[in-house]
Design a protein. Structure first.
Length: 137
């Protein structure tokens, strides 16, 4: 139940962004060219539309990690679920500042690593970034 509670709002936002990104990419001239070349609808979506729509979705996914961590603090307390969020709230209540500092540091490192992973995934998805990396070298 706690995971469902945290994921349902994120899923709604993610589906809305997916729809918007797909509609935006479907309006590009490259899609018309691919249709004229005889691509099937499925191959067109998988080979051309989805990779171009993935960049904003990847950005949103990286931001959702921070939202899930913040929501985890509330959700773990509401459902009395043991976890980092509940530890953080109990440590603040007990004025155990060492635990609070370590928990906040852990959350910060998690956000930094997540954003780094998202940036590295951009290199794998966006060919413009790969080409720029090769030209710079």
């Amino acid at each position: 139940m706690p995971m469902f509670t945290m994921a349902i709002a994120e899923a709604a936002i993610f589906s809305r962004f997916t729809r918007s990104a797909m509609i935006e990419v479907l309006d590009h001239p490259m899609v018309e060219t691919a249709k004229a070349s005889g691509f099937s609808q499925v191959k067109l979506l998988i080979a051309h539309v989805l990779p171009n729509a993935a960049l904003p979705l990847l950005t949103i996914t990286g931001l959702f990690v921070g939202s899930l961590i913040g929501g985890g603090v509330v959700t773990e307390n509401v459902f009395s679920w043991p976890g980092t969020g509940r530890l953080l709230v109990e440590s603040v209540g007990a004025r155990d500042f060492a635990v609070v500092q370590c928990t906040i540091l852990l959350i910060g490192v998690t956000m930094i690593v997540t954003n780094l992973a998202v940036d590295l995934c951009y290199l794998g998805i966006d060919p413009r970034l790969r080409d720029a990396k090769r030209r710079a070298a």
